[in-house]
Structures are given as C-alpha cells and as structure tokens.
Design a protein around this ligand. Structure first.
Ligand code: SF4
Length: 267
C-alpha cells in the first residue's frame, strides 16, 4: 500500500473518532489488566457483564487473592473458559502482591510473566497505562490489516511488526483502537459493511460487499377513475364527463353501448 493511502486511512479513522478507547469497563490499571486478561476468546460485552459484578466486590490484587479460585468463579461465569481464567486471575493477583507490591508492572517481561498474560494483553497495558507505542493485534485487527492492505501478514506477530513499521508516527498510539473498532463494527468477518465504510475507496480488498440492490419497483395498480380524474383535473387534461350514477367508476360514458341490431322477421 502506498504510504499516502495508509496516511489517508488513518486520517479518516481519526476524524471519525478523535479519542478512541477500549470498551472494557475499568477505573484502574489493575482492573484494565483483569478485564483484558478475561477478554481472551470472548466478547467485551461478556467481560463487562462479569466485571460489573466482580469489581464492586474485589478490585485489588489483595481482594482477588482473598476471594480465591472458587470465590472468583461465580463472578466470571459469563466469560468463556472461566475455570482456567479464575485460576490465572488469582495466580496473577498473588504474583502482583509477591513481586510487584500489588502494582501493575511496567515492563513487557514482567507483564508476560504473569499467569494468563500474553503478548497482546501486555501490549494493551503498555499502550494504555504506560503510554508506549505498542499495537496489540487481535482477531479484528488481523482481519482489517489483511483485507485493507494496511499490513498484510500470515500471523498476528507479522501483522504487528508490519503495523509498527509502517503506521505513521502520529497515529501509532491510537491505531490499535481505530482498527479494532473498525473491525468490530464495520469490517466484520462474514459480510463487511463496505457500502457504508468510510475508507472504501482506499481499501484494497478485492471482494468488497456490493451495495444492496434497489427494492423492486412497486407494481402499478390500476387507480379508481375518480383518482385518475382528479389527477387529470390538476394537470389540466380534459377527460369525458361521467354520469353521477352510483356506478360512475365504471366509465360507461367513455365506451357507450352499441345499438341493438334488429332481427329480420323469419319467412
Ligand atoms: S471497504 Fe469493506 S473490506 Fe475494506 S475496510 Fe471497509 S468494510 Fe473492510
């Protein structure tokens, strides 16, 4: 993709949403870490449904560790793989208490050493909490980057490297949010909403969804004669007079009956 096209794509995404952010509910770095960790293989909506119940009860590493695995499970049941995630969550809380004084660490190594935290989660925390220019590639970003031609790659890591290398500096901080939101709501997996897409003319995807066909023209039904006459009157056309009989709608005056033939008397 030409650098000017790439820049134009990000300019449009920025103009449409100047301050993008995550849709995961959180108020502290620890809550964000928990929410991102829980979001693996599940939707943000499910995660929010879980954390809405969990955070009022336990929103610190100490509180999560005190709840224990069995105590955490009922709160995070809305998310997929909640048994494994409950174990990881309590392990993560204990590790933060033991090694980081209960704080979220600021290095990739320390983050990725936490149970249930991979490269994607670490990138999001580094980007959103510590202001580092990291682009976390999830399934939505992977799809958008490949379809549009922004950063084609066979693996999330390849796409991440391509995006990091080619995204103009001024857009790198928010690129993750713009692309994830675009993939979640517009460039969706099954039938991308290309006709209404704001970067349609810049996108290089060869199989764009075509615009919907216009609805079939409504069949023209014959109008009652009084309606035809009213329309003709309004447009200045003169139609033959109709008798004011109850059956005026039949327009008999327009095609009068033929006179009856007289039969010859038989011989
Ligand atoms: S034009 Fe279609 S394929 Fe391209 S980014 Fe927009 S929605 Fe996705």
């Amino acid at each position: 993709m030409h650098p000017a096209t790439r820049r134009a794509i990000f300019r449009r995404l920025q103009a449409a949403n100047p301050s993008p952010t995550t849709e995961l509910l959180h108020t502290t770095p620890f809550e964000l870490l928990v929410a991102v960790m829980l979001s693996a293989h599940t939707t943000d909506r499910s995660v929010n449904a879980a954390t809405r119940n969990l955070f009022p009860v336990a929103s610190t590493p100490a509180a999560i560790a005190a709840l224990g695995v069995e105590g955490v499970k009922p709160y995070i049941k809305p998310v997929g793989l909640y048994n494994t995630k409950a174990k990881n969550l309590v392990g993560l809380a204990q590790q933060l208490l033991e090694r980081h004084g209960g704080e979220v660490p600021s290095t990739r190594e320390a983050l990725e050493a936490l149970p249930g935290v991979g490269r994607k989660t670490a990138n999001i925390i580094l980007n959103m909490v510590f202001g580092e220019v990291e682009i976390a590639v999830d399934t939505h970003i992977f799809r958008v980057a490949n379809r549009t031609g922004l950063a084609p790659g066979r693996t999330p890591r390849e796409v991440e490297q391509a995006l990091t290398a080619t995204t103009p500096a001024e857009f790198r901080r928010n690129a993750h949010h713009w692309l994830i939101l675009h993939g979640r709501y517009v460039c969706i997996a099954r039938l991308p909403k290309c006709p209404g897409c704001i970067i349609r003319d810049l996108c290089e995807y060869p199989h764009k969804t075509p615009p919907a066909k216009p609805a079939k023209a409504l069949r023209r039904l014959p109008l009652p004669s009084r309606v035809r006459r009213a329309r003709a009157r309004n447009s200045g056309v003169r139609l033959p007079q109709v008798s004011a009989s109850p059956s005026a709608d039949t327009d008999r005056s327009v095609s009068p009956r033929r006179p009856r033939r007289l039969r010859r008397p038989s011989r």
